[in-house]
Design a protein. Structure first.
Length: 91
């Protein structure tokens, strides 16, 4: 442990707060989804840093679950946006 983990985690937390403010102002659903993905990846980074600093291996498991949920959310949003853009044929 080098002692830089906590300042880095604090920096990432500030980044996360700015991302949440941007999500509230996002003009489109895609902008808000990108911020949600940023939230997931930043959360993973914070959890891994804290796990490394405190040797809490349980936090790595939580980080992996958060990463998986963020990836699934991104894929679900992309699939929904893809199908929303298709035009259905008229009978």
């Amino acid at each position: 442990m080098t002692g830089i983990e906590f300042p880095l985690a604090l920096f990432l937390l500030v980044n996360l707060i700015v991302a949440l403010l941007a999500a509230a102002r996002g003009p489109t659903a895609a902008d808000r989804m990108l911020v949600a993905l940023l939230f997931g990846s930043t959360g993973v980074g914070i959890l891994v840093l804290l796990a490394h600093a405190g040797a809490g291996h349980e936090l790595v498991d939580v980080a992996l679950v958060l990463a998986l949920l963020a990836a699934i959310t991104g894929v679900a949003f992309a699939g929904r946006a893809w199908h929303a853009g298709e035009k259905k044929p008229h009978d």
